[in-house]
Design a binder for this molecule. Structure first.
Ligand code: SF4
Length: 273
């Protein structure tokens, strides 16, 4: 049954508080849509919003996921509200890995790929002092709001195997991984060069995967992803394939923020071509 997952998701509070027993609002959508769970399990919905969700699940009208970055994100204001109670000094000590707390203005320096972001509780800027796009700021604030619960386990899975990813996995495969395979097909050398420019490390261990190229990217503290790439082959007429792998311990970060951060990585890789 096709249902209006996106509409349901937009009604939920988007705080990923976990009170419904799910790590994120998005994984709760999956249970509402595919397992017939009761919207009452989210205690933060008004009666009117509960009714709207019940109606959408019942109607089961098909909807198409269009522009992920513009449609999916809850507003930046919501993410900013989430970080107000956080103790940046504590988080910096928790993350280590290059993050630095500045007591004089209660800000954080946060590494992102090979760059450093400046994070205050009002905005996030790049190394030139330019505010990041709202979606990017939302993703980073959401990361900070959940970083305490992220515990890498060194177990690697594809996007669709992450909890709650059913709803977004075709988007991720087609629009994120598909972009990498399309842009870097027959360009393995450029892929390696782009990865190194962004601080990626080429993994040589054949035990990880038989892929032609294996790259490890440090995204932000506690979040490292792997990119596996098989180039196209003329003799077998096979297209290039790119797959990202994620540590199972990062599931507390909502998938839309994770997707945004990976899209940003891909955008920067392509910009090196
Ligand atoms: S859906 Fe779940 S995670 Fe989202 S706000 Fe409601 S209780 Fe919290």
């Amino acid at each position: 049954m096709a249902v209006a997952s996106l509409e349901i998701y937009k009604i939920l509070p988007g705080t990923n508080c976990g009170d419904c027993g799910h790590p994120t609002c998005l994984s709760f959508v999956n249970d509402l849509v595919f397992r017939g769970k009761n919207p009452d399990l989210c205690p933060h919905l008004s009666p009117a919003d509960r009714q709207k969700i019940s109606d959408l699940v019942r109607a089961g009208s098909p909807r198409k996921l269009e522009s992920y970055g513009q449609v999916m994100f809850h507003p930046l204001e919501t993410a900013i509200k989430r970080v107000q109670p956080l103790n940046f000094s504590y988080l910096s000590a928790l993350m280590n890995e290059g993050s630095v707390y500045h007591a004089e203005d209660n800000s954080l320096t946060l590494p992102f790929l090979n760059t450093k972001l400046t994070v205050t509780k009002e905005q996030i800027t790049d190394e030139e002092g330019t505010p990041l796009p709202p979606g990017f700021q939302t993703a980073v604030y959401n990361f900070l709001a959940t970083v305490e619960k992220i515990h890498p386990e060194n177990q690697w899975v594809s996007f669709k195997e992450l909890p709650g990813a059913v709803f977004l996995s075709s988007y991720f495969v087609n629009n994120v991984e598909g972009l990498v395979s399309g842009q870097f097909s027959t360009r393995t050398d450029q892929l390696i060069s782009a990865a190194k420019t962004l601080g990626g490390k080429i993994l040589e261990d054949p035990g990880i995967s038989p892929a032609d190229v294996k790259i490890s990217f440090f995204i932000v503290p506690k979040i490292t992803v792997r990119l596996l790439f098989w180039d196209s082959t003329e003799e077998d007429n096979l297209p290039a394939v790119a797959t990202f792998l994620f540590d199972t311990g990062i599931y507390r970060l909502d998938l839309e923020s994770l997707t945004y951060l990976i899209e940003e990585l891909v955008k920067r890789m392509i910009a090196t071509l």
